[in-house]
Ligand binder design. Structure first.
Ligand code: FAD
Ligand code: SF4
Ligand code: SF4
Length: 478
């Protein structure tokens, strides 16, 4: 029999076709085409089936990557789907949005010399094929347990927990202050990275499986945490981080200086067909404007690329370090460059200029100095190097911190770290409140979708154990 794997010596790395930048600029559709089946098979066959697969070690979900690559190479796609979905609640989402260059693919052993296996694209291909063929089924349990669990937050962490608990037979109630399920998958990440239908079809599946969704319900305002605790045998808090970091610069309050998430949420809502006054009146719409985005992370890349698609007159990104030191995924930086974004490296904002409306950003040139205790090079201002970057819209993409959850939930016993993230026991994921678990960004700080999924799945297992132990105690006491 001809060896199907180890083809990296013969076959070059190929990703699915990427649309031309000129065409991408005109719409919000995803930029990568689907893998052609033969190409997907070929690319999967490049894997060398490592005895110790570093790709798997560096995937936060420890996905069984070599196995599903081999099954794909052999054309056994339904089995590949079974394996891929056994460790990941949303493999089709991760295949699209994980920074693979820092996770699985960046650690693939053939990366050096031959370029990695295109793991993320194959993962997306397997699960998109599963959807097309009707292999993706609602999460239905074999037996109902008659015990309910409440989940606060319908982002990836909350949904991953919901699915796993439902399959075990729990009555699952998910509460979210938004009107749609998905959290940042729907209202943060733009459509050109993750088409919304990919998330919304999961919502329908979860409802079909019997998960109860209570949308437009803000816990702390509409229902108290105490009331929820009384209603459910256990709770999982997965509320994410939403307080935008700010810089106190002169002109901060000028019209035209906006926050990244307000801008992206508006754009996503508009794309979903909602009527959004801030988009229609132009305050959160980049059309015809000179746009400056401040920041160097993934959120900044999403903003610059959204502004390009909205028809901005020019889009610049101001970042105080250089390209090599950007925190975001390099793949997204290259995509932005291709789409015509101008990067102003080593530049830090000093003030927003203008009287009635912002007209520019005054910035100063920086240079990289000596590394600090963490090994990261420090930035220092170059004296007398101020300049003004013209702008009639400035988007601040400086990161996110947690909201004050103990205050929001009126629950001082809910303890937090000095960064405001929820404190949990790292073994059980339980907070200081018995039966209340937490995970995702609200515990880790702004992180990644794949880590949210990991936390949600782990928390579901911990909640199951906790409820089992409580029941055993109850029975023993009778
Ligand atoms: P979230 O997705 O934030 O979901 C939390 C949910 O809780 C929300 O639906 C919210 O409405 C709800 N909620 C909050 N408070 C309450 C309350 N009091 N009552 C009821 N509901 C509440 N990660 C990647 O891996 N790849 C990317 O490309 C990527 N791009 C990103 C782009 C942007 C612009 C942003 C902001 C983040 C990006 N991330 C990316 C990070 C990723 O989206 C998050 O790490 C992930 O969504 C965290 O999941 P979560 O479930 O913890 O929280
Ligand atoms: Fe790679 Fe993310 Fe998929 Fe893991 S979940 S294999 S890190 S793309
Ligand atoms: Fe295959 Fe690369 Fe993973 Fe090795 S590290 S098993 S070659 S994908």
């Amino acid at each position: 029999m001809v060896e199907k794997m180890l083809q990296f010596v013969r076959l070059q790395q190929q990703t699915p076709e990427k649309r031309e930048a000129a065409a991408r600029r005109l719409d919000f559709n995803e930029i990568y085409a689907a893998f052609d089946p033969t190409k997907a098979k070929d690319q999967a066959s490049r894997c060398s089936q490592c005895g110790v697969p570093f790709c798997q070690v560096h995937c936060p979900l420890n996905n069984n990557i070599p196995d599903w690559l081999k099954l794909t190479a052999e054309g056994r796609l339904e089995e590949a789907y079974e394996v891929a979905s056994s460790t990941n609640t949303f493999p089709e989402v991760c295949g699209r949005v994980c920074p693979q260059d820092r996770l699985c693919e960046g650690n693939c052993v053939i990366e050096k010399g031959f370029n990695s296996v295109t793991i993320g694209s194959v993962e997306k291909y397997i699960v998109d094929t599963a959807w097309e063929n009707g292999w993706v089924k609602p999460p239905t349990p074999r037996k109902e347990l008659g015990i309910s669990v409440g989940i606060i937050g319908a982002g990836p962490a909350g949904l991953a927990a919901a699915e796993r608990l439902r399959v075990r037979g729990y009555e699952v109630h998910v509460y979210d202050r938004y009107d749609r399920v998905g959290g940042l998958l729907v209202y943060g990440i733009p459509n050109f990275k993750l088409e919304k239908e990919v998330v919304l079809r999961r919502w329908k599946q979860f409802e079909a499986g019997g998960i109860h969704f209570h949308m437009n319900v803000d816990i702390g305002r509409d229902i108290t945490l105490t009331a929820l605790r009384e209603k459910h045998a256990a709770l999982f808090i997965a509320t994410g981080v939403y307080k935008a970091r700010d810089i106190a610069l002169p002109g901060n309050d000028l019209p035209g200086v906006v926050k990244a998430l307000d801008y992206l949420t508006t754009s996503n809502r508009q794309g979903l067909g909602d009527s959004v006054p801030a988009y229609e009146d132009g305050s959160l719409n980049a059309r015809g404007k000179h746009v400056v985005v401040i920041g160097g992370g993934d959120t900044a890349m999403d903003c610059v690329r959204t502004a390009v698609r909205q028809g901005a007159a020019s889009v610049s990104c101001l970042y105080r370090r250089d390209k090599a030191n950007m925190p975001g995924s390099m793949r997204e930086v290259y995509n932005a460059e291709e789409e015509g974004v101008r990067f102003v490296w080593l530049a830090a904002p000093q003030a927003f200029e203008g009287t009635d409306h912002v007209t520019g950003v005054r910035a100063v040139r920086m240079h990289l100095g000596l590394p600090d205790a963490t090994g990261r090079q420090q930035v220092e201002e170059i004296e007398g190097s101020s300049f003004v970057q013209q702008a009639d819209m400035v988007i601040k993409a400086l990161g996110f911190d947690p909201e004050d959850l103990p205050a929001m939930f009126d629950e001082p016993a809910l303890t937090v770290t000095r960064w405001g993230t929820l404190k949990v026991d790292y073994r059980t994921q339980m907070t200081a409140l018995p039966g209340v678990f937490a995970g995702g960004d609200i515990v880790r700080g702004a992180s990644l979708v794949v880590w949210g999924i990991r936390d949600g799945r782990d928390a579901a297992d911990q909640i199951h154990q906790y409820i089992g132990a409580q029941q055993a105690l109850g029975t023993a006491a009778e």
